[in-house]
Design a protein around this ligand. Structure first.
Ligand code: AMP
Length: 640
């Protein structure tokens, strides 16, 4: 670990008290075509603009700038235990593939500022597509490959992509999942029609090509094997990408990110938080469909000059398709991974395997394991930390922030992690705990409040909601009374030493295996079933996945609620419906039928009371509950 030049407390204070000087220094970690003229423009809060006047390109920073020193070193290692393939691209080879992809995008009519939607499994072509967009200044919008037509359609509608990049299919647990029919259906459902669709054919599923619209990557690639494509010179404040995330309404929000602030934030985090060094290997087990995939599979490691592993498959299956609970450790050994990033759910899956698997491979290259996306429970943290004998660093952040808000910056100054805490406020973040009702700042230790961030938000943080400044303002910055602060919608406490503890969401968002889902989205899908009159979806604690969704529905024909056979059939239909609309990640663990839902007299669903009953807790104050029998019914249905 690098020697601390200063204490973290000083480093943090500098970032808060002299933000311009602090971030100007961090800006030196990346290449600029023209230097920024102004570090932070906060003239129009809460819309922070970083590094105005600066010109740069993300793809140049991820690839081109490394060619002089490390052209032959590995850049992208694409491993699929689903197809048994392992492809390693050096910086030079990746640079060539990205240019081919960029040339194909240009040939298909994509220009700077156009949106390109990427709906792909975890294959190298997905990385080519993201980097190619960055190269030509197109805005990419990656949609998680596990989402189904309904979710995909709403994103196509909102992003209005000129082109969609996809593939014939993905695979999970050895089962091929055809993407093309899902994509075709989504395009059919959307009022916006893309001009072209570019498809990678992996030989997993047959594809019906739409003449004039659909193109095969392999064919067009051949035509552009040697077409050089220069990096577009982008303004620092130009949009690099949008990524959709769930909120409390059914309509997903397009989180919009800039170019310069993002590049600087990632370069700084790779140095100070992840201790990622050029020439080494980084392994994040996330998916490009999530923000972790954007920041720490693709851009962060490459900007830092590291090789990055892109992994398709379960954590328990080997390259030969056979069960192998040590596959990730095998990759750590083989590629000498120094920093690894995963999610608590994945570790809980591994915890069920033989602990000897952790000792099977030489893990001496590994310096730390970072975990994020959901609360890290103490037994899981202890198990993996004892097994790996490296620091386990929890980090708390959101799609909106793009990089950690709370963690430990161990490359600045090593600090001991505390079980149950994701850590302390990161440089640039003015993290406050505010009283939910009064907005008053809670400064004493161990007081529970809403975790908020005072502006200006640091580089890398979302710029706004895509095409909806008003929604950005209203959703995030006007939820605490009397103050314009950014709300994370998480409850938290802070101890006397500044370590935070996250206590769950303040809104109707749930977290299933690290994936954020809005209960409203699931409710909307279920309500679409012709027999459902009303439905409530809540997140319920689950040992493996952190939380699972549970649905309670009132049927139009209330008499069916007590009919066991009809209920089972309907439950199956509803689950299938959610699979089809949103994808299997959103499928409720159970659907139960009741004749009335717990509501206040004014008609507001008492989700928290339902959740408490499901978790066997006291539902709390029920003075506003309209019909006391409703909670009783939920109790009974859970037992049945
Ligand atoms: P997403 O935008 O999908 O990454 O979800 C962000 C949300 O996940 C946060 O607002 C938290 O509710 C939760 N979250 C993320 N990381 C952590 C963590 N390390 N500990 C507890 N909760 C977390």
């Amino acid at each position: 670990m690098s020697q601390p030049a200063q204490s973290y407390a000083d480093f943090y204070r500098h970032s808060i008290e002299q933000p311009d000087a602090f971030w100007a220094e961090q800006a030196g970690l990346i290449d600029w075509f023209s230097a920024p003229q102004r570090v932070c423009n906060w003239d129009n809060p809460p819309f922070a603009q970083w590094f105005e006047g600066g010109k740069l390109n993300l793809c140049h920073n991820a690839l081109d700038r490394h060619l002089k020193q490390r052209a032959q070193q590995s850049a992208l290692i694409a491993v699929s235990t689903e197809t048994g393939s392992e492809r390693v691209y050096s910086f030079e080879q990746l640079h060539a593939e990205v240019q081919r992809m960029a040339a194909v995008l240009l040939a298909l009519g994509v220009v700077k500022g156009d949106r390109v939607l990427i709906y792909m499994p975890m294959i190298a072509e997905a990385a080519f597509a993201m980097l190619a967009c960055a190269r030509i200044g197109a805005i990419h919008c990656v949609v998680f490959g596990g989402f189904a037509s309904g979710s995909l359609a709403s994103r196509i509608e909102d992003a209005e992509p000129k082109l969609i990049v996809s593939a014939d299919g993905g695979s999970r647990g050895g089962k091929a999942i055809a993407y093309k029919p899902l994509l075709d259906e989504a395009i059919r459902l959307s009022s916006h029609q893309p001009q072209a669709v570019l498809l990678a054919d992996r030989g997993l599923a047959t594809m019906d090509l739409v003449p004039g619209r659909d193109h095969l990557w392999a064919q067009l690639r051949e035509q552009h094997l040697n077409t050089p494509v220069a990096c577009e010179s982008m303004d620092s404040t130009d949009i690099s990408y949008t990524i959709y995330t769930s909120g409390t309404t059914g309509k997903p929000k397009g989180v919009q990110r800039d170019t310069g602030g993002y590049a600087v934030a990632l370069a700084a985090s790779m140095k100070h938080i992840f201790d990622g060094r050029a020439g080494e290997t980084y392994f994040s087990t996330s998916d490009i469909g999530w923000v972790v995939g954007h920041s720490y599979i693709i851009y962060g490691p490459l900007i830092a000059g590291m090789a990055t592993i892109m992994y398709e498959g379960l954590p328990t299956q080997g390259l030969d398709g056979q069960p192998n609970g040590a596959i990730w450790w095998q990759l750590v050994e083989k590629y000498k991974v120094t920093a690894m990033f995963s999610a608590p759910t994945a570790v809980r899956v591994l915890k069920k395997q033989d602990p000897a698997l952790l000792k099977k491979h030489d893990l001496s290259s590994l310096r730390a394991l970072f975990l994020a996306g959901e609360p890290l429970d103490e037994p899981t943290a202890r198990w993996i930390s004892e097994g790996l004998q490296v620091p386990i660093i929890d980090n708390y952040w959101q799609t909106e922030s793009g990089w950690p808000i709370l963690t430990l910056a161990n490359a600045v100054e090593p600090k001991e992690p505390r079980f149950g805490s994701p850590g302390i406020a990161m440089y640039g973040y003015k993290v406050k705990l505010l009283h939910e009702a009064t907005g008053e700042e809670l400064t004493e230790p161990n007081q529970k409040g809403v975790v908020c961030i005072e502006g200006p938000t640091p580089p890398g943080f979302m710029q706004t909601v895509w095409r909806d400044d008003a929604r950005y303002l209203k959703t995030y910055w006007q939820s605490v009374p009397g103050k314009m602060v950014y709300s994370t919608f998480d409850w938290g406490i802070r101890d006397a030493d500044g370590y935070f503890f996250i206590l769950g969401r303040t809104d109707d968002v749930i977290n299933v295996a690290g994936h954020r889902l809005g209960t409203r989205e699931i409710e909307e899908s279920i309500s679409g079933h012709p027999m459902v009159a009303e439905v409530a979806v809540v997140g319920v604690a689950d040992q493996l996945k952190g939380q699972v969704a549970m649905a309670f529905a009132v049927l139009k024909d209330a008499s069916l609620a007590g009919d066991a056979q009809a209920s089972m059939k309907l439950e199956g239909e509803i689950m299938k419906r959610v699979d089809g609309d949103l994808g299997a990640v959103a499928r409720p663990a159970r659907v139960r039928f009741v004749t009335v839902l717990p509501k206040t007299r004014s008609g507001k669903l008492l989700r928290r009371a339902i959740q408490a009953v499901c978790e066997g807790r006291d539902p709390g104050d029920l003075t506003t509950l309209d019909d006391a029998s409703s909670l009783e019914q939920i109790r009974q249905r859970l037992a049945s």
